[in-house]
Design a protein around this ligand. Sequence first.
Ligand SMILES: N[C@@H](CCC[C@H](N)C(=O)O)C(=O)O
Length: 275
Amino acid sequence: MEFTKGHGTGNDFLILSDPDGYLTLTPERVAALCDRRRGVGADGVLRVVRAAEDPDGAGQAGEAEWFMDYRNADGSLAEMCGNGVRVFVRYLVDTGLAVPTRGLVPVATRAGVVRARLDGDDIAVEMRHPRLYDTGVATLGGLTLPGTAVDVGNPHLVCALPAGLDLATLDLTRPPGVDPALFPAGVNVEFTSPGEPVDGTDRHVLMRVYERGSAETLSCGTGACAVAAVALRDAGRRVGVVAVDVPGGRLTVTLDPHACWLAGPALLVATGTLL
Ligand SMILES: N[C@@H](CCC[C@H](N)C(=O)O)C(=O)O
């Protein structure tokens, strides 16, 4: 079977084309493919299937031809992946599977239909509006960090570091502790520090993330949306443009009362054959 490798700000994906939905992807198979020593290596798998041919996508087939079947590196399913959608759309357009209509490409996901717009190397996607719904804490080493629970289609806990604690010093080789009663299905945990002002933006945030099902990654698009919403809330705002710097580069999140746009580079880098 052929595969394509792509990434968005270093959040990397193995893309498998399965238009008619014949492929059975077990969690074990996904984990083996994503293994960085024994497999191809990736933070997750994007299976490209016609929405009508997948039970999770069929209800959206009237709005989007293609369904993003996203799996984390450990084989678990996730509802949404912001960088994944952007790379998915790059694949659809580059392979001719989709042609933008009025500049937009719709994609069905487990969190509903989202729409993406192409702009050179960048792809922007209109995500679900982040919903800040609770408070929680993450524990890491000896630290207990208060945070905000945010729903972006998938769950997040955004924790601002206290002044003086350097983001780079966090040990994210192990999962942060969280309250399982607040996050029964697990959670992606973002750690943030304020960044220097960036022209054309209202806020600048530095972020590292420990992703549910994939461990620390170089970037997380839904995480950036969650972080942007919390940064604006903390500034007493509901709308604005936020630059979110992740270890893999920069994402820009634009929030208005009705929409949340996530923008950044999305690139395909290789194709190959699975043996
Ligand atoms: N990296 C993704 C998020 C992928 C899913 C996440 N690990 C989860 O389980 O919710 C992004 O760019 O949003």
